[in-house]
Design a protein around this ligand. Structure first.
Ligand SMILES: Cc1cn([C@H]2C[C@H](O)[C@@H](COP(=O)(O)OP(=O)(O)OP(=O)(O)O)O2)c(=O)[nH]c1=O
Length: 204
């Protein structure tokens, strides 16, 4: 029997969030020789929204190709990407401790945007039907003391996270205000995801 949904994501948070809305996905993780980072390459001058949409559709296309290559049963596929933007500047995942510290210092005392795109492909008569939605949230950080930032970076928490932080971590203690979607900031906007899955007849 094919699964209800494949989740093409290495993020344990996305799996946890999908489970929260009653979907237990089958994981469709990249093969060892796939270059997942290449799908997230930035283009000079590209706006954050265009970037997050393009990367998410890249992930989806790669996931559908993976399914076909493996000969796994055909079923709907879901992908997502989270991008942090300070104005028009994209703040990606930190490359090392210095980069994480520099990123967090830029966020300190300011409001930034968190954009999460979610895309779903469903099997159709000719290939796949694709749909995408984007959730945009705003997060305000208080002034972050340097000793707090240094300890946070030393904890390892920033790595693998867009913008070098997680809202579901201790740094939440320095966020006086968010506007938008808490689940979207974490990595999968549950309202938009539910709407897409309902529209496509995947999940009630
Ligand atoms: C801003 C923010 C990001 N994040 C995480 C969500 C994502 O996992 C990560 C952004 O990287 P993504 O490239 O969106 O996702 P990923 O590489 O972890 O997983 P995959 O591409 O396989 O789906 O940052 C949080 O967990 N909390 C936050 O508050």
């Amino acid at each position: 029997m094919p699964p209800v949904l494949y989740l093409a994501s290495q993020s344990p948070r996305r799996r946890q969030l999908l489970t929260q809305i009653g979907v237990t996905p089958e994981l469709l993780l990249p093969d060892a020789d796939e270059d997942a980072e290449a799908l997230e390459t930035e283009r000079a001058g590209e706006a954050p929204r265009a970037y997050v949409e393009r990367v998410t559709l890249n992930k989806l296309t790669a996931a559908c190709a993976r399914l076909a290559r493996r000969g796994w049963p055909v079923a709907p596929v879901l992908c997502s990407d989270t991008t942090v933007a300070l104005g028009s500047r994209i703040l990606g995942k930190p490359t090392d401790e210095a980069d994480a510290l520099a990123t967090l210092r830029q966020l300190s005392g300011h409001t930034h945007a968190v954009l999460t795109a979610v895309a779903v492909a469903v099997p159709a008569a000719a290939g796949w039907q694709q749909r995408l939605a984007v959730s945009v949230s705003h997060v305000r950080f208080a002034e972050l003391p340097d000793d707090v930032l240094r300890a946070y970076v030393a904890s390892g928490e920033p790595f693998g996270k867009a913008g070098a932080y997680a809202i579901q971590s201790s740094l939440a203690g320095w966020i006086p205000q968010i506007e938008g979607s808490y689940s979207g900031i974490m990595g999968l906007p549950l309202y938009e995801t539910t709407q897409l899955l309902r529209d496509l007849g995947v999940h009630p």
